[in-house]
Design a protein around this ligand. Sequence first.
Ligand code: GDP
Ligand code: IMO
Ligand code: MG
Length: 436
Amino acid sequence: MPGIVVVGAQWGDEGKGKVTDLLAHRVDAVVRYQGGNNAGHTVVVKGEEYKLHLIPSGILYPHILCIIANGVVVNLEVLLKEMDDLSKRGIDVSTIRLGGNAHLIMPYHLILDSMAEYHLGKARIGTTHKGIGPAYADKASRVGLRVQDMLDWKIFKLKLEQTLKFKNEILTRIYDQPPLDSQEIMDKYQGYAQRLKEYIVDTTVLINDLLDRNRKVIFEGAQGTMLDLDHGTYPFVTSSSPVSGGVCVGAGISPSRIDEVIGIVKAYTTRVGEGPFPTELTDETGKIMREVGREYGTTTGRERRCGWYDSLIVQYAAVLNGFTSLALTKLDVLSQFDQLKICVGYEHENKIYRQFPPHQTIIHKGRPLYETLPGWRKDISHVRNYAELPPEAKAYVARIEELAEVPVDIISVGPNRNQTIMVEGRFKSHISGLYA
Ligand code: GDP
Ligand code: IMO
Ligand code: MG
């Protein structure tokens, strides 16, 4: 039962799309298990760039099932546009499968997301305004509409009218917005359903059947550990569970099905949106990271905040997710610097914390304590063998392994699929031949 989880160790945008695509050529299915089109996963193959928001990053291989499982919240308009855009570029999208229990992002969710952010003012989360929070809130409140509701229009209409009555009260009375018309929404969704009904399946049965038959399945996380609703920097988080435990709930598999958990770790740290970020650099160094690393949001185009590598966060992510290996991305970006810093502790009110602290005030107010390592100051984007990396780069990788207590099996030195180093010898994949 080779179930492999790919999960972000920081605040998202670690390069999950690149690594998933890279590993996908040897697998049978790639599954998205949480989140929605707040995600933006970039895959670059032979210079061609693909930005995927809902469709799993296995779609560039014709033989791979791309499964959007029940834990995802789905904006059907976005999904159809993404399918159309890929089709226009010659990509076969007939391998997509959509879970019937997945919840729908409805037009009012988008408005409510933006309105909530507006009214929070300075306390805003900095969401992607894609309706993610309100859609998950409705799911938890048991008033959400699901993909399968579109297969029975009586049910869909009933649920929509019930919910919309309440949503329109909020829109008009609290937010001073025009009400939405249920018939207009019905018409739109009937059109979407017409196009998508052949893709709707019981994804739980499908995924378990693949695993029963010893097929290889990648579970592609969106967002990252520090954006996890339960374990991240709440309330500056997303509304789902990106951590590896989220796979079981979102995809409907037993924990015993997971063989390998690959933590995707950027060689420095970025964050988009509001919230604490101990190693953030607002100086020239941060600017260089942003420009050289092209750190602009894939989904919203916003500038990503940049800073040094924070080992406390990755250590915490390793514990939460049970990483069996790390994929270290964007190492090439650090070629810019004479010296590199790694955060190895926080100091707050005369106390030093060497592990992720128990109270969030320490993350907001703590001063990062750094170790300094020498830079290598050489272009490494062409390197394909670990042995050919400059000694300073090897030392940096080794320190990251030591602090995380997890081996780095993959090193990424550029956005292209082939700009990758598979660390030979130390490389311990449970899935024989996956990386061959
Ligand atoms: P994801 O959300 O985790 O899939 O990451 P994103 O795609 O949002 O952001 C990662 C960005 O870095 C994308 O633009 C990738 O093309 C790019 N990228 C990935 N790996 C590398 C790398 O090793 N070096 C460089 N320079 N860019 C990379
Ligand atoms: P990928 O999968 C980075 C952030 C938003 C905001 C917070 C809540 O590409 O790594 P939401 O719209 O989810 O309610 O916003 O989470 N966020 C991400 N940051 N990468 C992502 O996805 C993100 N998805 C959401 O910026 O701070
Ligand atoms: Mg992204």
